[in-house]
Each structure stands twice: as structure tokens, then as C-alpha cells.
Design a protein around this ligand. Structure first.
Ligand code: G6P
Length: 489
């Protein structure tokens, strides 16, 4: 099967990410149910069709027994996915600990954990060791499935140690690494105890990509300031070896959303929603329930808007879809109760016997229901405190060809750099500003909405995930050819 693939015209791509595009749920000793995973990375990469792609990653579940593992390998193979089995202790230290309690908040400017700092410092080393061990485990699976000539594309903050592990196993492997979160200012990265080791490991890749030029610039500054290496317009140079660093803004498979709107089940959903919210404007938030998404700040801004605009109280509804995520990490547990408390208070304050201003859902919606919701929305609120890109804003725009609704977008989301001209940009920390933007969006005249939507729609439908992946892979191939030429000279 491997040999057959290498004869096809499509290039083989090994996508290595912590999370596979499907998560596994055990149904019996040897039976598994697979569900689509959530998150921007999966949403973008599912649209990439022009390569012969294999996914390598964690299926989101602990499978201690061999029968279960064998059955899962088989079930995943049908989806061209290859699992990396991580036991509970590794998941606790690597995924809950180092990735999501340390790197994730740090890269989103929330700093290293503030509470129980001493305990964190003590467990830091063991979490970093588990992180390295997990990355080695990914590298072993890649090595097992690698065929000469494959492009190996490593993704995200979970796998910063992977490029080094891969090059140690095979110097000739073509290795790219892409970060889906912001890369913070070097002043922030400096605070990380393992700052140098992580940078050096990433630099082992041939090509390093980010969503925006700012993130790429921050990475290069971190390498120059912390490692003392030379930053060039091309990337980072270390003793004559260049690691190319560049920005590759991600996109979505916009056609998939546009086509879905024509489906009868989506049309039915839309009809139901329109009837349900007749006479009211619909505002929408779709986020993973994560501190970086600014959900409490968004809801407080909505409260302020209702407070200051009594005439709108029974004419607008906020639908907030908050998909649970990383539920074993204490910060996320706290956030869930905080959001519930705020929503309850506001609904108690402004609700009537027949209607409440906020519908808050702690779960994900299936793709068709989500498309319908995007399509009937008047104003989408994306108020992330920081966000690598934020593809919800792209998905909303793709579904708005007929309604031409307004996007309120955080200036701290990577998407602000591409959709800024069409969206209303806000500072999500400024509740007063967000509240007045809500008023502006709800009252916006049709011609202004149309103009803004047109700008964003053109961007979203031309800067797709397919184009993003093709550009990254072709740049990676070019980088390797150039490096070979340089060494021959
Ligand atoms: C973000 C990250 C992804 C991650 C996703 C969902 O989009 O960049 O790497 O997969 O969140 O988070 P989770 O922890 O559930 O994989």
C-alpha cells in the first residue's frame, strides 16, 4: 500500500498533530465509534485534499489493552489516521500539564500559572520531561510510517520538540513545523524555563510557519535574543544552516460551507431558527470554552448593551455555543462555573416569563446545524483575548452570502489582520467599546453591511485551507532544494 501511494502523482503528506481529526469513543472490547474533533487545526486541515495525506496523532483516549489498540488502529486506518497511544500519566503531565497549563496560557499572554506557583515550579521539570517523552513517542510512530520523499508536517505547540526528534532519526526527512497559536513577544517567551531547548528543537525543522508576520517576527527575535543567533529576512541562521521562517495565514474550506447551505436539512434548520427567533435579531458566539476566547468579557459587554439600550431588550438574543474542552485542567473547570454564573445572573435580570436574552449551550453542534446558525445570524461576536487566527470568523463569513451580517472581531485574533477591513474591530477587554459596537452593528445600514461583507467574503473564498497547505508544502520543498544547492556551492 505504501509503495502504491508513492507511485501516485499526489505527494505524500504526513500530518503530525497532537489531536487526530477524529476522537475515539469506546463502545465495546474491540469496537470504537469515531467523532470529528473540534478546533481550528482540524477544521482547516480537513479541507486539504490535494495530498495523499496520513494523520498521526492521539485519539483522545487511553487504551491500555492490546485488543483495544488493535481494533482502534484498524478503525482509524479507514480514515487514514494512525494513533499514537499515550497513557494516562503522560496525558496528565504532557497534555493537561505542560501543553495546556503552561505553553497555551503563556503563548496567549496569560502568563505562567499564577496560583500555587511553588507547586507549579516543582512539577515543571516532570511536565517538561513528559512533554519530551511524548514528542519522542510521536517521532517513533512517524519513523515507522515514513516513506522516503514524504513531507512531514508537524503542528502546534504540543510538538515543538518533534522536529529535533525527527531529524535525529533521519537527517534527510523533510520537516515543516507550523504553530496554530500566537507566538508571543520574546519578552514573554523569555519567562519560560525551557525557552532555549524549545527554540532549538523547532529550529531543527526546515521550514517554520506562523499565521501572521508578527508571530514570525516574535519567533525570530526570541531566537536572536535568547539564543544569540542571527535573524535574516529569510529566517534564522545558525553556523551556516538556515531555518526558513515565514507567515502562512490559514483559511477554511469555504466551498464546503457554501455548498452545505443548499442542503435540505440545513434549509430546514434555518427555517426552524428563523421561526424560533422571529422578531428578534440573532447574535452568535461559537467558541471552545477556553479562557483565551473572552467569553465572560463578551457576555458582560452584551449585558452592558442591554442595560444602556432598554428598547433592544426584547428584540435581540445572544446564542453562545461554548464547546467544552480540556475539562481536566482546573483553569477550564473554573471558567465553566464562572460563565454559568454570569449567564444565569443576566438571564435573571433581563429575562421574561417567555424569553431569555442569552441562550448558552455547553456542547458542540453538528456541521449542518452550525452552518444554519451561521446563516441566520445578524451579528457574530468573536472577542478572543488572543487567538492564533480564529476560523469561526471565516466560517461565519462563508455562510453569510445572502444575509450579509456583521462580524465584531477582536483585534487580538490573527484574523483581524485579514478580515479587519470588513469587520468591526474591538478591544475585547474594553466592555464599553464592545457594547457600543454591538449597537453599531445592530443598527448598521444595509449598504455598509454589504460592503464590509463583500470584502471579507472575497478574502475567505480565495484564501482557503487548500491554498494554505499547498503554499506551505511547496515552500518547504523549495527550501530544501535551496539548502542542497547552498551546501553544494
Ligand atoms: C486549538 C489548538 C489545536 C487544538 C484545538 C482543540 O485550535 O491550536 O491544536 O487541537 O485547539 O484543543 P484540544 O486540546 O481539544 O485538542
Amino acid at each position: 500500500c505504501e509503495r502504491q501511494d508513492s507511485r501516485t502523482s499526489r505527494e505524500r503528506l504526513l500530518v503530525v498533530a497532537n489531536r487526530l481529526p477524529v476522537s475515539a469513543v469506546r463502545r465495546g472490547v474491540d469496537s470504537w465509534h469515531l467523532e470529528i474533533s473540534v478546533g481550528g487545526l482540524v477544521s482547516a486541515l480537513l479541507g486539504v485534499k490535494e495530498f495523499e495525506t496520513r494523520w498521526i496523532g492521539w485519539a483522545g483516549v487511553n487504551v491500555p489493552d492490546e485488543i483495544g489498540q488493535r481494533a482502534l488502529i484498524k478503525a482509524l486506518a479507514e480514515k487514514r489516521c494512525i494513533p499514537v497511544f499515550l497513557d494516562e500519566e503522560i496525558v496528565h503531565q504532557y497534555y493537561n500539564g505542560y501543553c495546556n497549563n503552561i505553553l497555551w496560557p503563556l503563548f496567549h499572554y496569560l502568563g505562567l500559572p499564577q496560583e500555587d506557583r511553588l507547586a507549579t515550579t516543582r512539577s515543571f521539570q516532570s511536565q517538561f520531561d513528559a512533554y519530551k517523552k511524548a514528542n519522542q513517542m510521536f517521532a517513533e510512530v512517524v519513523k515507522e510510517h515514513y516513506v522516503e520523499g514524504d513531507v512531514v508536517w508537524c503542528h502546534d505547540y504540543h510538538l515543538m520538540f518533534l522536529p529535533k526528534c525527527l531529524k535525529e532519526r533521519n537527517r534527510k526527512m523533510k520537516v515543516g513545523w507550523f504553530l496554530h497559536t500566537p507566538f508571543p513577544s520574546s519578552e514573554i517567551h523569555r519567562t519560560l524555563p525551557s525557552r532555549s531547548e524549545l527554540l532549538r528543537s523547532v529550529l531543527a525543522a526546515d521550514l517554520v510557519g506562523f499565521h501572521t508576520y508578527d508571530y514570525a517576527r516574535h519567533f525570530v527575535s526570541a531566537c536572536t535574543r535568547i539564543l544569540g543567533l542571527e535573524g535574516t529576512p529569510e529566517g534564522v541562521e545558525d553556523q551556516g544552516r538556515l531555518t526558513r521562517v515565514a507567515a502562512f495565514p490559514i483559511g477554511i474550506d469555504s466551498d464546503r460551507f457554501i455548498r452545505a447551505l443548499e442542503l435540505p436539512q440545513v434549509q430546514d434548520h434555518m427555517k426552524e431558527l428563523k421561526e424560533r427567533f422571529a422578531g428578534r435579531k440573532v447574535m452568535l458566539g461559537v467558541d471552545r470554552l477556553d479562557m483565551i476566547k473572552g467569553i465572560p468579557q463578551k457576555i458582560l459587554a452584551f449585558e452592558k448593551f442591554l442595560e444602556e439600550n432598554p428598547n433592544w431588550r426584547d428584540k435581540v438574543v445572544l446564542l453562545q455555543i461554548a464547546v467544552p474542552t480540556r475539562t481536566d485542567v482546573p483553569e477550564y473547570q473554573k471558567l465553566t462555573s464562572q460563565v454559568h454564573e454570569i449567564v444565569g445572573r443576566i438571564n435573571g435580570r433581563f429575562g421574561t416569563l417567555t424569553a431569555v436574552p442569552i441562550h448558552h449551550l455547553d456542547r458542540s453542534l453538528d456541521f449542518h446545524a452550525l452552518c444554519a446558525l451561521y446563516a441566520v445570524t445578524d451579528v457574530a461576536l468573536v472577542t478572543s483575548l488572543r487567538d492564533g487566527m480564529n476560523l469561526v470568523s471565516y466560517e461565519f463569513v462563508a455562510c453569510q452570502a445572502s444575509k450579509k451580517g456583521v462580524l465584531i472581531l477582536s483585534e487580538f485574533a490573527g484574523a483581524a489582520q485579514s478580515l479587519g477591513a470588513g469587520a468591526i474591530l474591538v478591544n475585547p477587554w474594553n466592555v464599553t467599546e464592545v457594547a457600543s459596537s454591538i449597537g453599531y452593528a445592530l443598527n448598521m445600514p444595509a449598504d455598509e453591511r454589504e460592503k464590509r461583507h463583500h470584502h471579507n467574503f472575497v478574502h475567505v473564498t480565495t484564501h482557503t485551507s487548500q491554498e494554505w497547505a499547498a503554499t506551505f508544502v511547496s515552500e518547504l520543498n523549495d527550501t530544501i532544494v535551496e539548502a542542497q544547492l547552498r551546501t553544494r556551492q
